[in-house]
Design a binder for this molecule. Structure first.
Ligand code: ATP
Ligand code: MG
Length: 221
């Protein structure tokens, strides 16, 4: 459903992605691993149109999205949860959640608040609390929920378990698996924790210095 072909991308003069090839399959979790600074976050930003692609192509469900405006990519059905949790601290949990609706083209397609709270009960419990007063794990769940409410077909998740204790990370992993099986969601996950990655992923890529150097479980573990 997403195909990245020979993509080259740079910040100004410094090329970060040299030639990235990868595929994300429908209703599955595809995970990119790799050391700090190899370009994993840059890859997600490039897919999202936030970093300019200089060469190559990115195809989403049969349409090229390369260098489109990021709001158009979002409206086409790509949801993005950046690294670090960008929660607005002075808005309530519910207000933070509903901000995600702005990325929706088709309001009928959105997930209802009830569906979100069914996946993330803690957000219902704390819906009136300020975003800044949630724990790191709760903020991460809110960041994911805010993106999900616009019912994306593809979810880009950048290190959702960073700074989160393992039991909460596994809860988030189980929510991801439910979305894949119940909503046919496709997920492109960037993850550094090998055990967690093995737990949630169907397909793997290993990235090094702006290229995919291995793919498939056999090559990685
Ligand atoms: P981490 O595991 O630490 O999150 P990463 O694989 O996600 O690392 P990126 O954030 O994609 O790595 O960064 C890749 C390279 O691009 C790094 O050398 C980084 O310093 C550089 N870089 C990132 N953002 C910018 C920017 N806005 N301008 C210039 N260089 C940048
Ligand atoms: Mg990163």
């Amino acid at each position: 459903m997403l195909s990245v072909d020979r993509v080259k991308a740079a910040y100004g003069q410094s090329t970060i992605l040299w030639s990235v090839d990868m595929q994300v399959k429908k209703a599955a979790v595809t995970t990119v691993m790799g050391r700090n600074g190899v370009g994993k976050s840059t890859l997600l930003k490039t897919i999202m149109g936030l970093v300019k692609t200089q060469e190559g192509n990115i195809d989403f469900n049969g349409t090229s999205i390369v260098n489109q405006a990021s709001y158009k990519i979002a409206k086409a059905g790509v949801g993005y949860v950046p690294q670090g949790r960008e929660i607005i601290p002075k808005l309530t949990v519910r207000e933070n959640l509903l901000l995600g609706l702005e990325a929706t083209a088709d309001y009928k397609a959105k997930m209802t608040e009830e569906e979100i709270y069914d996946l993330f009960p803690v957000l219902q419990e704390f819906r009136k609390r300020l975003g800044g007063n949630l724990s790191g794990g709760q903020q991460q769940q809110l960041a994911i929920a805010r993106t999900l409410i616009s019912a994306p077909k593809l979810l880009l998740l950048d290190e959702p378990t960073e700074g989160i204790q393992p039991s909460i990370a596994y809860e988030i992993g189980d929510i991801i698996r439910r979305l894949v099986s119940e909503k046919n969601l496709s997920v492109l996950l960037v993850e550094q924790k090998i055990d967690f990655a093995k737990h949630v992923s169907d397909h793997f890529y290993l990235m090094d210095r702006g290229k995919m150097i291995k793919n498939g479980v056999a090559g990685l573990f």
